[in-house]
Design a protein around this ligand. Structure first.
Ligand SMILES: [Zn+2]
Length: 88
Protein backbone atom coordinates (compact mmCIF):
# COMPACT_ATOMS: atom_id res chain seq x y z
CA UNK A 1 0.00 0.00 0.00
CA UNK A 2 1.32 3.43 -0.90
CA UNK A 3 0.01 6.94 -0.20
CA UNK A 4 -1.38 7.35 -3.72
CA UNK A 5 -3.47 4.18 -3.56
CA UNK A 6 -4.66 5.13 -0.10
CA UNK A 7 -5.79 8.62 -1.13
CA UNK A 8 -7.54 7.36 -4.25
CA UNK A 9 -9.84 5.32 -2.02
CA UNK A 10 -10.76 8.02 0.48
CA UNK A 11 -9.53 11.10 2.30
CA UNK A 12 -7.10 10.82 5.17
CA UNK A 13 -5.23 13.13 7.53
CA UNK A 14 -1.43 13.09 7.47
CA UNK A 15 -1.48 11.30 10.81
CA UNK A 16 -3.74 8.57 9.46
CA UNK A 17 -1.52 8.17 6.40
CA UNK A 18 1.57 7.91 8.59
CA UNK A 19 -0.02 5.15 10.67
CA UNK A 20 -1.41 3.23 7.71
CA UNK A 21 1.83 3.35 5.71
CA UNK A 22 4.21 3.10 8.66
CA UNK A 23 6.20 6.30 8.10
CA UNK A 24 6.60 9.46 10.16
CA UNK A 25 3.98 12.19 9.83
CA UNK A 26 6.76 14.58 8.78
CA UNK A 27 7.62 12.26 5.91
CA UNK A 28 4.02 12.29 4.70
CA UNK A 29 4.29 16.06 4.10
CA UNK A 30 7.49 15.48 2.14
CA UNK A 31 5.78 12.93 -0.11
CA UNK A 32 2.65 14.97 -0.84
CA UNK A 33 4.21 17.44 -3.35
CA UNK A 34 5.52 14.51 -5.41
CA UNK A 35 2.13 12.82 -5.32
CA UNK A 36 0.53 16.10 -6.41
CA UNK A 37 2.84 16.25 -9.46
CA UNK A 38 2.28 12.65 -10.37
CA UNK A 39 -1.54 12.82 -10.24
CA UNK A 40 -1.55 16.12 -12.18
CA UNK A 41 0.11 14.30 -15.05
CA UNK A 42 -2.86 11.95 -15.09
CA UNK A 43 -5.43 14.76 -15.12
CA UNK A 44 -6.37 14.44 -11.47
CA UNK A 45 -5.55 16.51 -8.44
CA UNK A 46 -4.55 16.21 -4.85
CA UNK A 47 -7.20 17.95 -2.78
CA UNK A 48 -6.62 19.35 0.71
CA UNK A 49 -9.38 20.49 3.06
CA UNK A 50 -8.24 23.81 4.58
CA UNK A 51 -6.53 23.83 7.95
CA UNK A 52 -8.39 25.99 10.45
CA UNK A 53 -7.70 27.57 13.82
CA UNK A 54 -9.42 25.64 16.60
CA UNK A 55 -9.65 28.77 18.75
CA UNK A 56 -11.16 31.34 16.38
CA UNK A 57 -12.14 29.32 13.32
CA UNK A 58 -9.84 31.15 10.88
CA UNK A 59 -9.50 29.07 7.70
CA UNK A 60 -6.19 28.80 5.85
CA UNK A 61 -7.97 28.76 2.50
CA UNK A 62 -5.16 29.99 0.27
CA UNK A 63 -2.49 27.78 1.71
CA UNK A 64 -0.56 25.91 -0.98
CA UNK A 65 1.86 24.06 1.30
CA UNK A 66 0.74 20.75 2.71
CA UNK A 67 2.31 20.84 6.15
CA UNK A 68 0.31 22.50 8.95
CA UNK A 69 0.68 26.21 9.75
CA UNK A 70 2.55 27.02 12.95
CA UNK A 71 0.02 29.46 14.36
CA UNK A 72 -3.09 31.44 13.54
CA UNK A 73 -2.42 34.87 11.97
CA UNK A 74 -5.50 36.32 13.71
CA UNK A 75 -5.42 35.12 17.30
CA UNK A 76 -1.85 33.72 17.43
CA UNK A 77 -3.05 30.43 18.84
CA UNK A 78 -1.10 27.32 17.94
CA UNK A 79 -4.02 24.89 18.03
CA UNK A 80 -4.57 24.19 14.36
CA UNK A 81 -6.91 21.52 12.97
CA UNK A 82 -5.76 18.60 10.86
CA UNK A 83 -6.32 18.68 7.10
CA UNK A 84 -7.72 15.86 5.00
CA UNK A 85 -5.98 14.84 1.79
CA UNK A 86 -7.58 13.03 -1.09
CA UNK A 87 -7.16 12.47 -4.81
CA UNK A 88 -10.03 13.80 -6.88
ZN1 LIG B 1 -7.23 31.84 15.50
Amino acid sequence: MNILTLLEKRRHTALEISRLIGIKEKEVYQHLPHIEKSVKGRGRRLNMTPYYCISCGFKFKDRKRFYPPGRCPLCREERISEAFFGIM
